[in-house]
Design a protein around this ligand. Structure first.
Ligand code: HEM
Length: 453
């Protein structure tokens, strides 16, 4: 099969897998310099995959979405998020589940979360001490986890909340480096020999999270008064066109998927935003001037309309993709993409990084330049931080809302600085990419006295 694929990398497949795990960005840069917009890799034990980075090819893929199996391409994530996860299913089942999950994350519902996000941010930031270094990625993870727990579960206190908070963080921290991420890619490392093996520990934490999720579902079901505007209540109340509700197994896997996909991603992007804003004093100044123009206590919905703040978020998402590539798309039948005829069962993966660093789309791509988003509107196949087609990120609107409100809340109330002003690299963290070292920062000054509720 590989011989039929374009521009095949010739090194041994085990070597390609190691490179893909250890340095997925360096790997992609190297072969795009050699082969251009399309090349094929072969990962030992996983299979072949064609990487594409031309906007036209990406448009062709998004517009023929129904000709691919995408859930099947995410098989590697099954041990983490369960086989009923939205990310792992295809076809009619995927369409049904997405329809049930969409409303709580969009439109009017979303607006209701604004105030909550600002409050959570203020509460967490108020614990930072002046001149004491903190890791921005971890701090942002606390914020985004609280946001997800409060918005998705309606949880903000109680024993279950106290348990799930550190448990989820320690579960995800188990793959916080390229080496520790290896167990997600090598089946032979996925041996559950109790708590003494990394996989055993991972599974035991996951089982505990599952128990807590099922207990939460059960409690919501029995206590009517606990059903409020949170996402879990809405998911439990949702019915498909046949009047069918989601089963407990489906609910549990979707909850874990949302926790898994929805908080680390936003936290990592926020850490990068703080990093770039504080490396570029002119960006910080422009942001502060824009925020000041709203006066005291602006409405969250006014904040999210700010053009420069929006451009800063988009530029951060351009430079720092949280995934090395979009979800793999597996062809269901023979298909023509980018002038190549691909047979059934070929895996195609659009590269976010390579697309977002194209000189012809983003001149001087290594430079953090929010203005590029003020001067130009990019099409859905030129700018893909949240993917596209039928798989476009379910939480993209929440992620953007959260990014803008967290940045605005922190920058309006604190003067921050980077502990070290050195270039940071993207480093693998499980299936995602994060800043090496997490971005160390400290507070220099409180700008206003925050009124806490
Ligand atoms: C900055 C933050 C985020 C980024 C950069 C991001 C990025 C992505 C990307 C690239 C995809 C794959 C799309 C594709 O292959 O076409 C995706 C899918 C997904 N994301 Fe996000 N995401 C973010 C935040 C969130 C949040 C906050 C949630 C949940 C509340 C979420 C839930 C999901 C889900 C459930 C999917 C799978 C969708 C499907 O299979 O239909 N994400 N995300």
């Amino acid at each position: 099969m590989l011989s039929q694929l374009p521009n095949c990398i010739t090194s041994p497949s085990w070597w390609q897998l190691i490179k893909w795990i250890a340095d997925p960005i360096g790997f992609q840069q190297k072969y795009s310099q050699k082969y251009g917009d399309i090349f094929s890799m072969r990962l030992s034990g996983i299979g072949s995959c064609v990487i594409l980075s031309h906007p036209q090819a990406i448009q062709e893929i998004f517009s023929q979405d129904s000709k691919f199996d995408i859930g099947r391409g995410n098989k590697l994530a099954e041990p983490l998020i369960g086989r009923n996860s939205l990310m792992l299913i295809d076809g009619a089942r995927h369409r049904r589940e997405r329809k049930l999950l969409m409303p709580p994350f969009h439109g009017e519902r979303l607006q209701a979360y604004g105030q909550q996000i600002c409050l959570i941010t203020e509460q967490i930031a108020s614990q930072w001490q002046i001149d004491q270094p903190f890791v921005a990625r971890s701090a942002m993870q606390k914020v985004s986890l609280e946001v997800i727990l409060q918005i998705v579960f309606g949880l903000s206190e109680g024993e279950r909340y106290q348990l799930i908070l550190p448990l989820l963080t320690s579960w995800l921290d188990m793959t916080d480096s390229p080496l520790r991420s290896s167990m997600l890619f090598f089946r032979f490392l996925q041996q559950d020999w109790g708590k003494w093996t990394p996989w055993g520990q991972m599974k035991s934490r996951q089982n505990y999270i599952y128990q807590l999720l099922l207990a939460e579902i059960e409690e919501k079901r029995t206590k009517e008064d606990q059903r409020q505007g949170d996402v879990l209540s809405l998911m439990m109340a949702a019915r498909d066109e046949n009047g069918q509700a989601m089963t407990d197994d489906e609910l549990k896997d979707e909850l874990l998927t949302i926790l898994f996909a929805g908080h680390e991603t936003t936290a990592t992007t926020l850490a990068w935003a703080f990093y770039q804003i504080h490396r570029n004093p002119d960006v910080l100044l422009k942001l502060q001037q824009e925020l000041d123009s709203l006066g005291e206590n602006p409405n969250p919905m006014e904040i999210v309309q700010l053009p420069y703040l929006t451009a800063v978020c988009l530029e951060t998402l351009r430079m720092y993709p949280v995934l090395p590539g979009l979800f793999p798309r597996i062809t269901k039948s023979s298909i023509n993409i980018a002038g190549y005829q691909f047979p059934p069962d070929t895996t195609l993966m659009p590269s976010i990084y390579l697309l977002h660093y194209r000189e012809d789309l983003y001149p001087n791509p290594q430079q953090f330049n929010p203005e590029r988003f003020l001067g130009r509107q990019y099409s859905p196949w030129e700018f893909i931080p949240f993917g596209g087609g039928s798989r476009r990120c379910l939480g993209y609107a929440l992620a953007l809302l959260e990014m803008k409100l967290v940045l605005a809340t922190v920058l309006s109330n604190y003067q921050l600085a980077l502990v070290e002003n050195k270039p940071l690299k993207l480093q693998r963290r499980g299936f995602t990419l994060a800043p090496e070292g997490g971005v160390r920062m400290m507070i220099k000054k409180r700008i206003t006295q925050i009124v806490r509720t």
